[in-house]
Design a protein around this ligand. Structure first.
Ligand code: B4P
Length: 191
């Protein structure tokens, strides 16, 4: 199995590139952001709780997202591999993911870390906010709060994978196509 974590700050291109990688390598794409937005759309109790946090740029509790990931892994037993997008976002989530994959006799192959500076992130997300229905992309102060939460709570996840020699830095400020080429070059080394 080829299991990849696509890692980076909000707006670094995780969702965009996960779609591209999924198509090229036939992987199951799991985005916790998309799963949470679906819960909001379906107006479930979980979705209503999550919305309050997401609209402020805050993280949803670990137990909620870990539960969602566990169900997705169970629902895709014959997958060639997974691409995790927007997960793990805390060290507790990274530990839980390792435990779930170990139970299934597999592991994370690599964390691909997209690097993009804060001003480029803000510009991209405000642009998406103007052209999509995402409430968390419309307000610059909320976007900057997401970046702050990322620095404080999510960045340690990169150290977690680096300690296992499983983190690769990818410059993410080029075009979507240029960044995809850099990612593919890394994935080819893992195959
Ligand atoms: P996510 O849905 O994961 O959203 P995101 O981090 O903002 O990034 P996304 O993947 O969507 O954007 P991308 O970089 O592809 O999370 C949303 C919220 O859900 C979080 O704030 C949190 O509240 C909650 N949540 C999700 N997962 C959680 C977890 N595990 N634990 C707790 N809470 C969780 O792209 C952004 C834009 O940039 C796009 O418009 C794209 O077209 C553009 N773009 C991409 N690449 C580009 C490039 N190279 N050049 C120019 N533009 C580019």
């Amino acid at each position: 199995m080829l299991n990849l974590v696509l890692f980076g700050p909000p707006g670094s291109g995780k969702g965009t590139q996960a779609d591209n990688l999924k198509a090229k390598y036939n992987l199951v794409h799991i985005s916790t952001g998309d799963l949470l937005r679906q819960e909001i759309k379906d107006q479930t109790a979980l979705g209503l709780e999550a919305k309050k946090l997401m609209d402020q740029g805050l993280l949803v509790p670990d137990a909620v997202v870990i539960g969602m990931i566990s169900s997705k892994l169970d629902a895709n037993k014959n997958a060639a591999g997974f691409i995790f997008d927007g997960f793990p976002r805390t060290v507790a989530q990274a530990e839980a993911l390792d435990a779930l994959l170990t139970e299934k006799g597999t592991a994370i192959a690599q964390c691909l870390f997209l690097h993009v500076g804060e001003e480029a992130l803000v510009k991209r997300l405000l642009h998406r906010g103007a052209t999509s229905s995402r409430a968390d992309d419309r307000d610059e102060s909320i976007i900057r709060n997401r970046v702050k939460v990322y620095r404080e709570q999510t960045l340690p996840v990169a150290d977690y994978y680096a300690a296992e020699n499983k983190s690769t830095d990818i410059p993410g400020e080029g075009t979507i196509e240029e960044t995809f080429e850099l990612l593919v070059a890394q994935v080819e080394k893992l195959k």
